[in-house]
Design a protein around this ligand. Structure first.
Ligand code: ZN
Length: 200
């Protein structure tokens, strides 16, 4: 893992995005705070929590060294309280599953730095980019513009080297790629190819 991170650093990654799954909010289990704390990298750690009830758990991820911490609005009854608990300790993000109405972000926009729109249902890599994502991204962008705040718009899931150019044209600030980078081949070359696709 350290070798791969070093290669991504030299290939110009902006962040390392770490998917945290708890086996409850989504079916798979991945890593938790000890692994995140142990990752030695110059890259900023962008931690995407796909876990139930994040309110009491986010502190452990801040302590583990998250630079950006994103949780799902579907995973808590109190997304505003989670944002308050995080305060200014990290850059704060909220994530939306494909079936969640985008309007839920509107009351939270004063307290977030990122809105992450999922283009797939969380849990597995390699899924196809959901066609409704383009419309959802446009709707979130509109809400952000109306808030008057500078909030980043991100998209996560279903990104490939073939569709990354059209996704970039949807007006996003952050594109998360998983299996398009880690396909068993040369991750650094894959990342460079993705970045070239965005620049087109
Ligand atoms: Zn993610």
């Amino acid at each position: 893992m350290g070798d791969e991170l070093g290669r991504l650093e030299s290939a110009g990654a902006d962040f390392v995005h770490i998917d945290v799954m708890d086996g409850c909010f989504c079916p798979q289990l991945t890593v938790g705070p000890p692994v995140i704390a142990a990752l030695r990298t110059k890259l900023r750690k962008d931690v995407h929590l796909m876990i139930e009830d994040p309110l009491d758990k986010v502190g452990a991820y801040v302590d583990a060294g998250a630079d950006m911490l994103t949780f799902h609005v579907e995973a808590t009854r109190h997304p505003h309280r989670v944002l308050q608990a995080l305060g200014s300790a990290v850059s704060r993000g909220i994530a939306l599953n494909p079936g969640t109405p985008v309007e839920v972000v509107e009351p939270l926009l004063d307290d977030v730095e990122l809105v992450l729109v999922l283009a797939v249902n969380p849990g597995w890599g390699g899924q196809r980019f959901a066609p409704n994502t383009q419309r959802r991204l446009a709707a979130v962008r509109d809400l952000i513009d109306r808030s008057g705040r500078s909030v980043m718009l991100g998209v996560d899931g279903g990104v490939t080297r073939e569709n990354v150019g059209s996704i970039a044209a949807m007006g996003v600030d952050v594109i998360v790629a998983g299996s398009a980078v880690f396909d068993g081949g040369d991750a650094a070359a894959n990342l460079k190819s993705l970045r070239a696709g965005v620049a087109k």
